[in-house]
Design a protein around this ligand. Sequence first.
Ligand code: FNR
Length: 342
Amino acid sequence: MSRSKRKLEHIRHALSREDLGINSFDEMEIIHQSLTDIHWDDISLQTQLGELTLSSPLFVNAMTGGGGEKTEAINRDLAIAAKETGIALAVGSQMSALKDEREMKSYQVVREENPDGIVFANVGSEATLEQAKRAVDMLEANALQIHLNVLQELIMPEGDRDFTTRLQQIEEIVKSVGVPVILKEVGFGISQETTRQLKEIGVSYIDVGGKGGTNFSNVENKRRKQPLESYNGWGIPTVTSIKEVKSVFPECNVIASGGMRNGLDGAKSFVLGANAFGMAGQLLRTLMKDDLETLIKKVDHVHEEFRIAMMLLGAKETYQLDGKPHIYTGSTKTWLEQRITT
Ligand code: FNR
């Protein structure tokens, strides 16, 4: 199957899920406070993600490109929404455009529509340093995402099976590509052990891409004749993954993603110490099932929800949410008791 056909199938299967249901954010409660001493107009959504200054804590996470006119149209709309609402945007994996220049247009449309916006390039962990540099140049990207997706590859019959040199390649890219490099999962979460390995090679930006939203076991299984359904529940939930990363690498720039449903989930991730949060499947679903205008309203709505949490918790700046009083329940509590000692 061609890469572009596969991308369109990913979109179709990822969208087939109606809503995000319950996830680990339902097992974390922020403690309500009845007194606040700030004015709504003094709240700033500006967020510092390492070297990057973002005008919002929210960004559109990596999804598409390289599937011809359809993915170009999707990326154009995502870029317009990002520009209108002042949020950053990551493109989907550029590996196809690195191999076939005709595919570049469907990614570059993002920069054309939003010349001054924050754009993240995206490659797989199989990328060489030279490919990573070209991916960044293609978009004049402000940062580069490298996705880690071993389980997805294993469920894909045509997926990669050799991961022997990945860590060395990532290290080379992190040291020499010239923009911040974000290591991200695609819905299975990042563990303490992986965090330590990434820290060792100089990674300082991690997008946990946890379990709770788009599920690539499910998506790939829908494309298999004989599904590997036992892996549909695999992965580290987003809340626990943020805790896993922070517990061994407190100064890491952490991005929360994987099943982020609303601005309150975003605010909870900041309470856990995240420095930005990404939404993917849900924004695409809004765009595809409704339209660009509804997508823009959705982003505005998420911003309003996030601001309400800031107001309630007395935080004028997004980083001030970090560590606000909260509790865990259910399996999240059990997980943290067994895994997090700090
Ligand atoms: C993705 N995702 C993804 N990630 C990545 O790094 N490169 C990619 O090319 C893609 N492609 C892709 C296509 C589609 C249709 C979806 C829905 C998602 C994964 C995405 O960035 C994110 O990590 C997960 O989807 C989890 O976030 P949500 O969807 O639960 O908000």
